[in-house]
Design a binder for this molecule. Sequence first.
Ligand SMILES: [Zn+2]
Length: 89
Amino acid sequence: MAGGWARDGAVSEQIEASIGDELARLKARRQPVGESLTHCAECDEPIPEKRRTALPGVKLCVDCQQERDGAHKARGGINRRGSKDSQLK
Ligand SMILES: [Zn+2]
């Protein structure tokens, strides 16, 4: 399998994509995007009212959100853990 070159290209694309994602996330965080959902958009779990109040426009349950954040963190290595935790609780 000649995957070496394809990998290099994919990595730099991923870095650019994660910067764009991060900016979009920051914007979404500052400006509430509509109503909070009562149930997770991904797994249909009920979203606790506390979480919906704390995060206006929230669309994911804690598990799905953490899954997304975790995947993101692994790629970007962005250290914003402190402020994020305080927003989630
Ligand atoms: Zn979910």
